[in-house]
Design a protein around this ligand. Sequence first.
Ligand code: PEP
Ligand code: MG
Length: 760
Amino acid sequence: MQAVVWLEEVGKNDLSVVGGKGASLGEMINIGVPVPGGFAVTAQAFRDFINRAGIADKLFEALSVDVNQESELHRAEKTAKKLIMEAKVPEDIEIAIKSRYEELCKREGKEVFVAVRSSATAEDLPDASFAGQQETFLNMRGAQDVFDAVRKCWASLYGARAIFYRVEQGFEHDKVNLSAIVQKMVDSEKSGVMFSSQPSTGEPLVVIEGAWGLGESVVSGSVSPDNFVVDRKTKNIMSKYIATKEIMIIRDPKTQKTVTIPVPVEKKEAIVLTDSEAIELAKYAEILEKHYGIPQDIEWGVEKNKIYILQSRPITTINNGKKPEPAAESSGKVLLTGLGAAPGVATGIVRLIASGRELDKVKQGDIMVTKMTMPDMVPGMKRAGAIVTDEGGMACHAAIVSRELGCPAVVGTKKATTTLKDGMEITVDGGKGMVYEGRVALSSAARPAAAAGPVGTVATKPITATEVKVNVSEPDRAAAAAATLADGVGLLRIEHMILGLGKTPNWYIKNGKSEEYIDELVKGIKIVADAFFPRPVWVRTLDAPTDEFRAMEGGEGEPHEHNPMLGWRGIRRDLTETEHFRLEVRAFKKLHEMGLSNVGIMLPMVQHVREFRKAKAIMVDENLDLEKIDVGIMVETPGAALTIEDFIEDGIDFISFGTNDLTQYTLAVDRNNENVAGLYSELHPAVLKLIEYVVERCNEAGVKTSICGQAGSYPEMAKRLVEIGITSISANIDAVATVRETVARSEKILMLNALRNKMG
Ligand code: PEP
Ligand code: MG
């Protein structure tokens, strides 16, 4: 048995030795593609370790649990990881790993930083894709640290998600092994992704996206990348687009940690690639597509003028990985219609999802089809090419999150889950609310898998008197939101952050993990507050209806309400479950103690001043300095709107219109009910009257006013709000630029009119 092999010693047929990732890297090296050097700790070494350490029986016994019981699953994870982390690794294996790392350093002429990645293999099916199930450790240096990281990769084979996934997919635990790939880190000055063929049409055009620093910013969509298109046949550059690049991810030379920093001013609008680099990249894309026989999605980096190819895998958005058939477009038979909730067009394969547990079915670019999205489905939504739901209206949470993620969505189709079948190919038009059979060429381009960058970034930003802010729900999108140059965050919804943890706040409280919960809140909010500092970030306290909680661990006992929208949510819940509210308040206190004085607190669903008073009393009791922190309310109920003077008297610092709710409560139209969606209008005169009344009263008293409902993203509403004198408007990430233009124009018209009146 060979415990370690150089990457160049393996190739595509060595899946059982080094897993899919290792085999692909080795194969690329062998065909002359510049891949960073390194070695693999073989799957057999891992197996040998388990056997010789004498933990195999105990390990596999610990894993035979009912994975649908969260507690059993987590017990299995804990026991298995402990066994791996504490067992003695046979000396020869340990020495082989450490000395191979030292040889790698010798080859490179210095002690190198490496990435240690997991590459899993299954005996029956060596190429089983376990992507994303196991861990990667970046920037490791020194033989001991590398050895420890390899052991951690081994242990990650027994993470709860990985165990659950294998059982669901019918893999036996003892047939799955893990190879750890130890590869020289590329400290990219610039990097990105490229598609060897146009990702939505399959044409022979290499589409390259690049930005400054490490590739993570482009892959995660947190930066607007430059875009180059190179014709594979003529090797001519067909187009170049230079984006405003706001942030970059680098390895901090002092701490050696990976950090996000603003792009230096002189590089923001500088072109990332030279023509010859773009052409050279296209050359490698072509080599890889030819070699593998199918279009590839490739990650690349440039360090000290040298190009490296970091990964290559089939493009999933083109005909599910098969070579595109140019003539395969369907005539466009309409399968479903619904509400066009998030614009964009995407073609992909249907994945029917019944609950958050099935998310692994959704691969990059697939179409996620579900009755109604729940917050624990967000990780799948991030990978999806588009989303289609049975239920919901324009202001339902599926629609809100899709818009934020830039993922086309059609909601409220009533019968998507019964009409569409797993595995069928469909085209979704999220602007028009249409779902077509097969691949249909529509005018709007599909969102390339890795190109979900910020939209609405502008090179020059008009200065407006009315502030234009942005709404955020996912900390992941903080950089994209900040790239819009918005004047602050008018609404940070923390529901998705919390519900994404998979456990209710009560679970943390009951299990004595309140501090952990506070830390999770601090961690998520801090990302957004840091990205915007010193611009204000109004964080809304938890506002999840009981039906959303029920899907989570700890949510089993949630009451079944006839209408959760009118039920136990927002401030009502905070004031009855004060223990939970106190944890949120402690998180706000911690953030302020960290110097994040830009964090303000916004209370949702308030309908009587009593509620505001009680919440304030708890904050004071928790020693929150209300002199230093902005505290305001959402105006989402006619009750709050019509008694706004009481709140003003009680000292609110600001109000923000939650028009999604204000509309449903004013018009008695359930925002989640597709049957009455036609009656839902934020521009209804009654809603506008309430808004006007509140703005007038607040302006008289010097209280700031804002809007953070979906209507704030509509130019027509923005124009009216400017006219009535609102202080700020908070829009979705993709609408900030348009709203800012509308605001600037409306303000100019007002000024011109005033001038004309004055001049008679
Ligand atoms: C609103 O009601 O307008 C709002 C912004 O809150 P949510 O959509 O989260 O209920
Ligand atoms: Mg609301």
